[in-house]
Design a protein around this ligand. Structure first.
Ligand SMILES: NC(=O)c1ccc[n+]([C@@H]2O[C@H](COP(=O)([O-])OP(=O)(O)OC[C@H]3O[C@@H](n4cnc5c(N)ncnc54)[C@H](OP(=O)(O)O)[C@@H]3O)[C@@H](O)[C@H]2O)c1
Length: 244
């Protein structure tokens, strides 16, 4: 597939290297322009490009930038894209740690619903709820019976199917969480966020969360706030909490 990645940081460059290794053609961009990615291109075989070009002639577009930076993306790069293209949002909203308060997001509280509204295109939420460090070693886990499962949500079933395929190619199982309104189940503060659990456990935890966002919103967002505090104070201790 022809994949365009926005963001060449930890997540963008790691996914790029994995997709190249699987035989996909990958173009990548960041906020500083193609020159800044020359070394990355040499190291992993990606094509550095501009933000204007990164969405052109792609089957998949991956957005791997901080939530606040969504507001800086030129809207016209998403104009006139085919409905078949999977636009994957790997992002998470961390208001206290990184992003500040993003107006409109705190009303719904659903990170990727806000991204979808801001960009004016249908997106798929995936790869947000696993640490890059867990993706790095996925080949070692690929043949295990209890592969790590990744949640995927979005309104466009065709785009989700493309995403399921990529998730599986990488060596994960996938769980379809439902439409983008349900994507809160995989965002920071939810019980499956970065837990590296298998499909059976993930299904159980997702069922336990139920479908009522109004009932769950306080619980999920309060947990995210507590996690942000811990990440700031002691990141190693935060990582330990993901193991239980
Ligand atoms: N790292 C993880 O383990 C992980 C796991 C799951 C989800 N995520 C989520 O994935 C997203 C990216 O995380 P990350 O760790 O990869 O962040 P990161 O290492 O800080 O990289 C962010 C990238 O976004 C680029 N960027 C920022 N604004 C941009 C713009 N307007 N146009 C184009 N590119 C822009 C930056 O460009 P420059 O390089 O030019 O500054 C940088 O390459 C975040 O929402 C994060 O929460 C991360």
């Amino acid at each position: 597939m022809r994949i365009g990645i926005i963001g060449s940081g930890e997540m963008g460059s790691l996914l790029a290297s994995k997709f190249v290794a699987l035989g996909h053609t990958v173009s990548i961009t960041n906020s500083r322009g193609p020159q800044s990615m020359r070394q990355l291109a040499e190291n992993i075989g990606v094509q550095p490009t501009t933000i204007e070009e990164v969405t052109k002639n792609r089957d998949v577009i991956v957005i791997a930038i901080p939530q606040k930076s969504i507001l800086d993306l030129p809207r016209n790069i998403f104009n006139n894209l085919s409905k078949d293209i999977a636009i994957i949002d790997t992002g998470n909203y961390y208001p206290n740690l990184r992003d500040g308060i993003l107006s409109g997001l705190d009303q719904s509280g659903i990170d990727s619903l806000w991204v979808q509204e801001m960009l004016g295109v249908t997106i798929v939420k995936a790869f947000n709820s696993i640490l890059a460090t867990s993706i790095k070693d996925v080949e070692e886990l690929r043949d295990r019976n209890d592969r790590i499962a990744l949640p995927v949500s979005g309104d466009n079933m065709g785009a989700k199917k493309t995403t399921f395929k990529l998730v599986q190619e990488l060596g994960f199982d996938y769980l379809d969480i439902g439409n983008i309104h349900k994507s809160w189940k995989q965002q920071p503060g939810s019980t499956i966020y970065c837990k590296d659990v298998n499909l059976v456990t993930m299904k159980k935890k997702v069922e336990e969360m139920g479908d009522d966002w109004y009932q769950m919103q306080n619980i999920v967002l309060s947990k995210r706030s507590r996690d942000e505090k811990l990440m700031k104070a002691d990141y190693t201790a935060y990582l330990e909490t993901l193991k239980s």
